[in-house]
Design a protein around this ligand. Structure first.
Ligand code: BTX
Length: 327
């Protein structure tokens, strides 16, 4: 932790209290003048810090800004989120995360931005990422798993995001196969998993998570207004993005560690429990064929099983899905 993070952690450990310059200088292992300089920097970052002679410093308001210091200060995950690279504006966090991973960034590194000018979804589709309203982040993980199992990481991520939304907001979220999080019939979050591998060895995965957190209706262009929503629209409350990310890191880490030790079964069950897709009549367009039937579950590897009208079960690895209205 750098000095700003140590100061933030000290404020967090004693919420609402004054902490003397002397105590902060001891905690940080630096002079009182250095403490003062770092407090000034925190103020420039948007923190409101009260300074009172003889009493010391007290944190009044932390900004809703996705800074590395703010996220890392209150983090209780051990690996996920222990390295945060935060930008104001990027084209997309995905290539930046690939670059960081190729240079050896540790597992759990998160690259995020307040604004993406060229956010992307699957198959090159655009992902609308306006400034300050969402969580636009890419997570680097390095699981020692064979290549065919990597789609399970998308399902695991969807479970982690769904659980975090439920815990933070109480909203009834559903996962739409394979990678969308829905509230009611609207998309609140999309997940894009990209892979770097050689023959059968996974070097790393970059998992892109795009979550509409504090967007209001007017933030969505007209083509999205009917199909997209945000946590704020649904709950009527602004979301504290920093604590959301911290909780997501912890929940992701719990799911991920359990997965690495015990396999896919728990993710499969949790995914099915949150599923929008299971039980629905679906039309699937895969690369090679069109298929219609009822989604009946995931197999033990995480592949979607669809039962057609003749009762035959088809396994679907990847497809675009359409749902029958009012099913
Ligand atoms: P997807 O291909 O499943 O979804 C893309 C589609 O979703 C678009 O074609 C559009 O219809 C709709 N859409 C676009 N923007 C939004 C939005 N903000 N909310 C709801 N619906 C929308 C989903 O791909 C994967 C998205 C991953 C985004 C993250 S953000 C961090 C990282 N960086 C990056 O460039 N992408 C990922």
């Amino acid at each position: 932790m750098n000095i700003k993070q140590v100061i933030l952690q000290a404020f967090r450990d004693q919420p609402g209290n004054f902490i003397s310059g002397e105590e902060l200088s001891q905690t940080c292992g630096c002079s009182r003048t250095a403490v003062w300089k770092h407090i000034e920097e925190l103020r420039r970052d948007g923190y409101e810090v009260e300074a009172v002679r003889k009493s010391g410093y007290r944190l009044l308001v932390a900004p809703d800004r996705l800074s590395a210091a703010e996220i890392m200060a209150g983090l209780d995950a051990k690996r996920i989120g222990q390295n945060v690279i935060a930008y104001d504006e990027v084209i997309s966090t995905q290539p930046l995360a690939h670059e960081a991973a190729a240079k050896g960034a540790v597992e759990g590194t998160i690259v995020l931005a307040e604004l993406q000018t060229g956010g992307k979804g699957r198959l090159g589709r655009p992902w609308h990422s306006p400034k300050g309203t969402g969580i636009w982040m890419s997570l680097i993980i390095r699981p020692a798993i064979p290549l065919p199992k990597t789609p399970q990481m998308t399902l695991l991520t969807a479970v982690a995001v769904a659980k975090t939304i439920r815990e933070e907001t109480g909203l009834p979220v559903k996962i739409k196969w394979p990678n969308d999080i829905f509230i009611g019939d609207k998309k609140v979050c999309g997940i894009l998993t990209e892979l770097n591998a050689e023959s059968d060895r996974v070097n790393y995965l970059v998992i892109g998570i795009g979550l509409n957190a504090n967007s209001v209706e007017s933030d969505f262009p007209s083509d999205l207004a009917q199909i997209a929503t945000s946590l704020r629209i649904e709950s009527g409350e602004p979301l504290k993005r920093v604590s959301f990310i911290q909780r997501l890191c912890r929940i992701f880490e719990e799911e991920y560690d359990h997965y690495l030790q015990a396999g896919f079964e728990r993710v499969k069950q949790e995914w099915e429990n949150h599923s929008y897709t299971i039980g629905k009549w679906v039309t699937l367009q895969t690369i090679s064929q069109q298929l219609e039937g009822r989604a009946v579950g995931l197999d033990e590897e995480g592949v979607l099983m669809v039962k057609d009208q003749a009762g035959q079960i088809h396994k679907v690895y990847s497809a675009d899905v359409n749902y029958r209205a009012n099913d």
